[in-house]
Design a protein around this ligand. Structure first.
Ligand SMILES: Cc1ncc(COP(=O)(O)O)c(C=O)c1O
Length: 340
């Protein structure tokens, strides 16, 4: 078995989710979301996020981001995001290619962006030579494993709205953020002014499936066409819906995310103070970033699978998952200690 701290994507599927998929496998059901599981899942989502949402399932997180952004932009718009944002770094240019709008990348601080760094872009508003800033996009938890507080999200939302813009959240790991802050899912989204949310399931124990949620329903008016044209209208949607029902109905999302977060904390605490390892980012959710010598990285990679996040700085990312165990983490920690 692969010993992996590369990503929460390398984990398998939570047994309860797999069982929920198996139990949805009962004969025929209407396709394309007209099945009873999809309507039950919508009720479960409404229980978390409120009654007045519009909700669409898609297969991929990249698709959730790109199609969510497409629904609120025109080609002369721009999307303001962090330099490290998944939409900027890891989506192969799909946001620009599919929406036609420009990404305006600003520096991040441990993964988070701030209003003061967006202010200078506002001079473009109304100037027909310039792309028009239309959306601020943030990632929760950030790509560097940090978490935006509700106040930080609210500040970005208020600034966006005051300038005629919208706030999009890439919530591929929103569950980890809510677990870290001990809040509900709405407290970090609808209650703090998020307009469009990509809500992730895959990284928290599902096999596949993400949701695009609109808190401002007017923004969703064309999304059913955008999703189909974007090739994400899933025919056997009941198998995404059944997974989300199981994840969100009675707290499995929180249990999974808490486990992932606490395993990262255990890893970081066990490594702190070692002379040959420097933890480089605040450990706030399920990722640990660290610097080691290239020789130590290569030696560890013989037995464990993980990426070098920044090959120039020799900074690595170690991620824990819903199913990471103390034994696995401590085996890894001991292997790191033995390098010295
Ligand atoms: C921050 C973030 N957003 C979105 C995604 C979605 O990616 P995918 O299209 O692989 O589901 C990922 C996956 O790694 C991610 O880390």
């Amino acid at each position: 078995m692969l010993k992996s701290f590369a990503s929460d994507n390398t984990a398998g599927v939570h047994p309860r989710i797999l069982a929920a998929m198996a139990s949805a496998n009962e004969g025929h059901a209407k396709a394309y979301g007209m099945d009873p599981w999809t309507s039950e899942a919508a009720d479960v989502f409404r229980g978390h996020f409120g009654d007045d949402i519009d909700l669409y399932f898609v297969f991929l997180g990249t698709a959730a981001n790109v199609l969510g952004l497409k629904s609120v932009t025109r080609p002369w718009h721009s999307v303001v995001c962090a330099d490290v944002a998944h939409i900027n770094v890891d989506e192969c240019g799909a946001p620009e290619s599919v929406t036609g709008s420009k990404l305006q990348v600003i520096p991040s601080h441990d993964g988070r962006i701030r209003v003061m760094d967006i202010v200078p872009l506002m001079h473009s508003l109304g100037n027909f030579h310039h792309s028009q800033p239309r959306v601020i996009s943030i990632t929760q938890t950030t790509e560097l494993g940090t978490v935006y507080s509700p106040a930080q999200i609210r500040a970005l939302a208020d600034f966006a709205h005051a300038n005629g813009m919208l706030l999009h959240m890439d919530g591929a790991r929103l569950c980890n953020a809510a677990a870290a802050l001990d809040t509900g899912l709405a407290a970090l989204t609808r209650d703090t002014g998020v307009d469009v949310l990509s809500f992730g399931g895959t990284k928290n124990g599902m096999m596949f499936g993400e949701a695009v949620i609109f808190f401002n329903r007017e923004l969703a008016s064309e999304f059913k066409f955008i999703r189909k044209q974007g090739m994400q209208l899933v025919s056997k949607m009941r198998f995404i819906a059944a997974q989300f029902i199981e994840l969100l109905r009675d707290g499995l999302w929180l249990e999974n995310a808490r486990n992932a977060n606490s395993m990262a904390r255990l890893m970081a605490e066990s490594l702190r103070g070692l002379p040959h390892v420097t933890i480089t980012r605040p450990v706030e959710a399920n990722a640990v970033f660290a610097r080691l010598s290239p020789e130590h990285i290569a030696a560890l990679q013989k037995d464990f699978y993980f990426y070098e996040w920044d090959p120039v700085l020799h900074e690595v990312r170690w991620m824990t998952s819903f199913d990471s165990t103390e034994e696995q983490v401590m085996e890894f920690v001991h292997a790191i200690k033995r390098l010295a």
